[in-house]
Design a protein around this ligand. Structure first.
Ligand code: NAP
Length: 334
């Protein structure tokens, strides 16, 4: 099904994130080709394909899935449509890189994993920050015990969305601060802790339409380790991760979305003086799509699979359960 050394990608929709970041990353990737763009609007598909240098354009997502030359699809649809289109893509034999959060619920996520498994395709959630060498190095150092046993993690992601029509503020499309940005904080906390939380507690500020425009939560892990996770669509831009262990601390500023300039991994292990390890700018979107393509070409499992994505969603479900109950402590389902 695949060409020997390159994966041929199709993109389902003309979403901003696809146009601005992921489709250009696919086009630049060492092991992939941007073959096709689909949109509900055929004219928009043609214009976007021309803008991105994709040779094929389709006026429906189904038409793209019917193209036998497409090996893999990138799915940057509204959150409420991730599961349905990922399952259709898997049924059409396409490998899938789907945007975060992978689904609306852990149950949807399980159905997506089952479809990918039944049709023998790769499925991965597009949390690109995990493919930045700075995060890879932080995780390796934490896993090697350089900070000692972790005691707490604080992670936050915010910016302002002022257009009420934006999909991030649409309840029917799976909007909300936890779904859009808080999910990163949850993901980084679970990944660094190397465990799943057992309890969650959260407070939210809701829009009149019933969408959380801000949600701040606490996750309790075994051993009374905690993570504080905050997402907001009504605050100044901030992306920050602080990791505190018994022996030292680490901090990532500009933690999630790649920035044009160099970034640092701030480490402090007293009594040694604080140090900052520098990293040149890297396109973590490109590293992510190259990882998925390598998994397709080499027949291996992705570094982060849909089981991991379902666990992230179980934590998100518990945080929402708590926020809707006014901050009651809620068990995270296993
Ligand atoms: N990883 C990241 O850095 C990152 C950043 C931003 C967003 N995201 C994720 O990417 C996904 C898309 O976000 P975005 O901000 O790029 O979205 P967006 O610009 O609003 O685009 C969503 C696209 O979905 C298609 N669509 C199908 N049904 C729709 C409907 N009922 N309403 C609106 N659009 C519909 C549209 O494409 P057509 O009209 O062409 O069919 C639209 O362009 C979300 O899951 C989000 O969480 C990830």
């Amino acid at each position: 099904m695949t060409t020997p050394d390159r994966v041929r990608w199709g993109v389902l929709s003309t979403a901003r994130i696809g146009r601005k970041a992921v489709a250009p990353a696919i086009a630049r990737s060492s092991n992939g080709t941007l073959l096709a763009i689909a949109s509900r609007d055929a004219g928009l598909a043609v214009a976007t394909a021309a803008e991105l240098g994709a040779p094929r354009a389709y006026g429906s997502y189904d038409d793209l899935l019917a193209d036998p030359d497409v090996d893999a699809v990138y799915v940057p649809l509204p959150n409420s449509q991730h599961a349905a289109w990922t399952i259709r893509a898997a049924e059409a034999g396409k490998h899938v890189l789907c945007e975060k959060p992978l689904a609306m619920s852990s149950a949807e996520c399980d159905a997506m994993r089952a479809a990918a498994g039944a049709h023998g395709v790769v499925l991965m959630e597009a949390f690109m920050y995990r493919f930045h060498p700075r995060f890879e190095q932080l995780l390796a150092r934490v896993q090697a015990g350089e900070l000692g046993a972790l005691r707490y993690v604080q992670a936050s992601f915010s910016f302002t969305v002022s257009d009420p029509a934006d999909i991030r503020l649409r309840r029917d499309l799976g909007g909300g601060s936890l779904m859009d940005v808080g999910c990163y904080a949850v993901n980084v906390a679970r990944t660094l802790m190397g465990a799943e939380p057992v309890e969650a507690q959260a407070l939210a500020r809701w829009t009149p339409g019933g969408v959380d425009e801000q949600l701040a939560g606490t996750l309790r892990f075994d051993g009374d380790r905690v993570a504080q996770v905050t997402g907001s669509l009504a605050a100044a831009r901030s992306e920050d991760v602080l990791v505190v262990g018994e022996l030292g601390t680490a901090r990532l500023r500009h933690a999630f979305v790649p920035v044009p300039g160099p970034v640092g991994l701030e480490l402090h292990r007293p009594p040694a003086p604080p140090e900052v390890i520098g990293f040149e700018p890297v396109d973590s979107y490109q590293r992510m799509v190259e990882h998925v393509a390598a998994c397709v070409l080499e027949g291996r499992r992705p570094r982060y699979d849909a089981v991991e994505a379902a666990a992230n969603l179980r934590t998100i479900e518990a945080l929402y359960g708590s926020a809707r109950a006014g901050g009651r402590v809620v068990a995270v389902a296993v």
